[in-house]
Design a protein around this ligand. Structure first.
Ligand code: MN
Length: 254
């Protein structure tokens, strides 16, 4: 199995290091990641300036062919598949992100968008995030993903398989299992903080506190709250199928 790793926290992110440590021991591995943090850049791609890919030796795994790119996570996957790698990868793993990517937040996520880009290119992908704890257990999460990739590979993976995985901020000994979930909802209160700059002009900074929404116990949000690893199969097809027939019946005229 040929695996491409990427990470929206940048080429030297701890979560990428953990995945590289694990994957390079078991399979052919490549790394293409942004040259600096690109969290919350969503599915942006770079069109109005040139992209550069610089080969780099990863500190702990210098044998892995790796490049950093002055672009977004989606750029990295596109460039890796179309120009940098000798052959198409069999699986793309994006992560391990520093912080959760749950519910509606996946729409902003660079981590998830890199995985979506892979599936658009016909390659199955896993996005993996670690709910930010004081002491992040990246190696535990990486070993879980490595094992899971092996199981998926043996069972046979469809090219449109896209899994969004969140590992809870619980001690590995306290993880209570794996839940297959649906996306929940994430909403924030007081999203913008308004401040004054030194010249007295107002500026805004996006932050906000998370609102606890009760959205059923089958969601990704609920799973990580109960110390379970959440596995959500997702898809980039945003069509609202339920509305197609209604709209057709409206007989909208040109
Ligand atoms: Mn990130």
């Amino acid at each position: 199995m040929r695996v491409l790793l990427t990470n929206d926290d940048g080429i030297f992110a701890e979560g990428l290091r953990a995945l590289a440590d694990c994957f390079h021991q078991v399979t052919e591995t490549y790394i293409v990641a942004p040259d600096h943090e690109q969290s919350a850049t969503g599915h942006a791609i770079t069109m109005h300036r040139p992209l550069r890919a610089e080969p780099v030796k990863m500190p702990l795994t210098p044998d892995i062919p790796a490049w950093y790119v002055n672009g977004t996570p989606a750029d990295c996957v596109k460039l890796a598949v179309e120009s940098l790698l000798p052959d198409k990868p069999d699986l793309v793993v994006s992560g391990i992100n520093r912080g959760a990517n749950l519910g509606t937040d996946v729409l902003y996520s660079g981590t998830v968008s890199a995985a979506i880009e892979a599936v658009i290119l016909g390659i199955p992908a896993i996005a993996v995030s670690l709910t930010e704890p004081e002491e992040p257990y990246y190696d535990y999460a990486a070993e879980f993903i490595c094992r899971l990739a092996g199981v998926l590979w043996q069972r046979g993976i469809n090219s449109d398989m896209l899994l969004n995985i969140n590992v809870p901020a619980c001690h590995p000994g306290e993880i209570r299992g794996v839940a297959v979930t649906r996306l929940g909802v994430r909403q924030y209160r007081n999203a913008f903080e308004s401040r004054k700059d030194p010249r007295g002009r107002t500026y805004y900074w996006l932050a906000g506190e998370l609102i606890d929404t009760e959205d059923g116990d089958d969601t990704d949000v609920s799973a990580v709250k109960s110390c379970k690893i959440s596995v959500t199969p997702i898809h980039y097809d945003l069509t609202n199928y339920g509305l197609i027939e209604d709209l057709q019946n409206w007989d909208i005229k040109p």
